[in-house]
Every structure is written in C-alpha cells, then in structure tokens.
Design a protein around this ligand. Structure first.
Ligand SMILES: [Zn+2]
Length: 261
C-alpha cells in the first residue's frame, strides 16, 4: 500500500500559476476567460493551496493527483476581490494574492484600482484565500540598498499582519528579481517560501530552494493560455509555457544577484 502510494507521489508534478488582473489591460485576462481556464484545468489537475503544494514539493504531503496546481495573483488588484474571490469561493478553489500595502486603495499607471485595506482583510478571512507580501512599494530589490530591502520586507509583513490578523508566510519578488540578501531576510522573518516568475515544474521533494520557487505566468498577451486549454497531454498543458514559448517571450528570471558590491 505504502509503496503504491509512494510511487504515485513520486511521479506527481507541482506547478504554481501566476496571474495579475482579471479584467482588461496589461498582464490581465478577462474574468470569463479566467473562469473557463480554472474549470478546464480542474478537469485534469488538482488546484491546491500554496501551502498544500509546498507540502507536496517538500515531500511532507501526498499529492492528490498527478498534476497539482496552485493559483497566485500578484499586486492585489480590485478585480481580485470583486471577481476572483466570489468566483473561487463558489467553486471552493484556493488561491493566494501577493499584496503591496502602500498601494492599497490606489490606482496603477493604467488606472486600474488596487484593493482597499478592508477588502484585503475580508479576503484574508475567506477560507479559500491566502494573503502574501509583494513588498511595501514594489521596488526592484536588486536595485535598492540593503537597508531599503530590509524595510520593504519587514514593514510589508508587519503591515499585512496588522491588517489581516494572520501570519504572513509567503512572498513574491517584484519583477521576479531576488537577491541573496533578500532571501536571508525572508528566512529571518519566518517567511516559508518566496516566488518569482521563472517557469518551472516540480516533482515531490524537488523544489530545491523554497525561496526561489518558479511560477508560470498567464495573461492575454501570451498565447500559452490558449495552448494550456487546447492540448490533450496533461503535463504539456500544465507546463505548456515551459516547452512551447521558452525564449520567445519575455522570461522573468529569478537569478539571485548579489546586492553588495
Ligand atoms: Zn508585481
């Protein structure tokens, strides 16, 4: 029994998907398309929480299905609250949103609104949602001083914990740019994992560094979202971005750079 279970687990793959806005404009997909996408991937994969998927990749938890996917959103847009929260609550599908505290209630350069603090608090209380940190002001962490990196990480964690009442344990690097110094601070501040945008799939126990976890990004600008829906081969569908479009589109690298000269 155990051997069969272990075999099943050992062949399972974990993936992390990255979205931004469910609306219009840069880095977005329409709410209808997002719903169609989620329904379709639910047919051939388990959509699990980030925490559960981290348990699977670290080998401490069995994989429910051969392909296990976690849905994440970066930046904390208003449509995450207005469209994604009710949709995924109704479908009982978990998701994680990486929030930028200094931008709560404000607009981005395209005029799209971010969630307010009250919305983030309410979202954090929903059983399907997890809130993570995306720094305080969304800087490129490779381009600012170590003192500022420390403030970005520590103040965003505190602000979100004060706001939600929950421990904030997951982090996403702005622009997918990480530094060794940032990784050290994340560990010191009890973050359990950190994400970038490098496209990867993971087998159980094969995560490597939990502070450089790759994600596959989806938006209307990238045809991989159509490919993900149309292919007949499950793992190809799940990781379609890796095989089909690697190098053809802007690839967010998670290369860790030294901040100190
Ligand atoms: Zn971002």
């Amino acid at each position: 029994m155990l051997e069969a279970g272990m075999r099943k687990t050992s062949s399972a793959k974990s993936l992390f998907y990255m979205f931004h806005s469910v609306g219009s404009g840069k880095n977005s997909i329409s709410s209808d398309y997002f719903e169609k996408f989620v329904r379709r991937i639910s047919e051939w994969a388990s959509i699990v929480s980030v925490r559960q998927n981290l348990g699977i990749v670290s080998g401490s938890e069995a994989a429910p299905r051969p392909i296990n996917i976690s849905i994440t959103f970066d930046d904390g847009y208003l449509d995450n609250y207005e469209a994604v929260l009710p949709m995924l609550s109704a479908m009982n599908i978990p998701f994680c949103v990486f929030v930028i505290p200094s931008l709560l209630g404000k607009k981005d350069t395209y005029g799209r609104r971010y969630m307010t603090g009250g919305m983030v608090r309410e979202m954090a209380r929903a059983s399907v949602a997890t809130i993570g940190s995306h720094t305080m002001t969304h800087p490129d962490l490779t381009a600012i001083s170590p003192e500022k990196v420390k403030i970005e990480i520590e103040s965003s964690k505190k602000a979100l914990e004060d706001l939600t009442g929950f421990s904030i344990q997951f982090f996403a690097y702005p622009y997918s740019r990480a530094t060794h110094y940032a990784v050290g601070l994340l560990k010191e501040n009890n973050f359990a994992a950190a994400f970038c945008g490098e496209r990867r799939t993971y087998g159980p126990g094969k995560a490597g560094n939990m502070y450089h976890l790759g994600r596959i990004g989806f938006s209307q600008e990238h045809p991989r979202i159509d490919l993900a829906l149309s292919s007949n081969v499950p793992l190809f569908r799940a990781g379609v971005a890796i095989k089909m479009v690697k190098g053809r589109f802007e690839s967010s690298r998670c290369g860790v750079r030294e901040t100190e000269s």
